[in-house]
Design a protein around this ligand. Sequence first.
Ligand code: NAD
Ligand code: TYD
Length: 348
Amino acid sequence: MKILVTGGAGFIGSHVVRRFVQSYPKYHIYNLDALTYAGNLENLSDIKEYSNYTFIKGDITNEEFINGIFHKYNFDGVIHLAAESHVDRSIADPMAFVKTNVIGTVNLLNAARDCWENDFENKRFYHISTDEVYGALGEVGLFTELTAYDPNSPYSASKASSDHFVRAYGETYNMPYVITNCSNNYGPNHFPEKLIPLFINNIINNRPLPVYGDGNYTRDWLYVVDHARAIDLVFHKGKNAETYNIGGFNEWKNIDLVKLLCKQMDSKLNRPVGESEKLITYVKDRPGHDLRYAIDASKINKELGWEPSVTFKEGLVKTIDWYLSNKEWLKNVTSGKYKEYYNIQYNN
Ligand code: NAD
Ligand code: TYD
């Protein structure tokens, strides 16, 4: 089986590529990635020599290139993760999100449809999406697969749009597809623009921890390796034309999470208790900030037997340990353009 993974050099994609390359020696995994600021081949240095792995540098917005690789390799399956993924960047530059997340996805769908020539036997287009398409919850309730789409940020609007295109290709052209909508991931290789890795990096460097608004926003966190396990399961066992929600059963208010992270970092860095908490700084809120995300993951649990294997406390310790032992990785990704981004986003 030849599988195209898009965005495999990014955070979640690299864990998916590693899992598939190592677990399925009979598959060939093609990792297609444009290597934007978020893509980093260092994330995959441990598997780059495997004989069932090929990296292809390319941009999913380039229609001709995408058609070309489908005809060259004739993939049996696609696991589509390539995306612009950060809400704050989508507020600053929505068009980049339309291009990659919407047009890029439609390019892949067209190429798969044309290459497979309506013979969809044993073919699968797996689209990786987010719970953010459902919009914001109040203090109670959970997102189910039947919750109406109600995206609030340019990022979530672009992901919602791409989900709709995938579904439409299923209805219109009989494209065999599956979609998963997952909650916030955390873990090794997470680019330090997102809450947890940004704050770990700032604590290491004694920099302020910019908490948006009052910090009373809630997210449901899942360890990235558990997301990769779910993706493996859905790719192989998920029902055609279905959506599955994936979540951590693990809701945290930002401020509580940040305080827990500070405590764990103090202990790892041998700093006095309470030292890192002093770095917490409340800053201007994100526009259109969704109050709460929380996932009802009972469908994937009942139908496919998936549940998270790592508790939040374990996952956070593994994550912190990874960043502390990969300072070179952190240094490399936070040099150059990152500084420019940071100064504009946090105004310092
Ligand atoms: P990421 O930003 O870490 O990685 C994205 C990858 O896509 C990078 O390697 C980048 O180089 C590549 N890419 C971007 N534009 C491209 C283009 N035009 N052509 C080819 N490659 C391109 O993102 P992530 O956090 O790993 O997220 C992966 C997927 O999972 C995304 O689709 C995202 O919407 C979804 N998702 C993420 C989370 C999360 O918490 N991070 C949660 C749910 C769903
Ligand atoms: P983030 O990691 O950007 O993920 P998402 O917006 O996709 O959920 O943010 C997680 C939460 O943390 C969200 O409520 C915004 C908040 N946040 C901050 O308070 N400060 C920050 O510097 C960042 C990046 C996020």
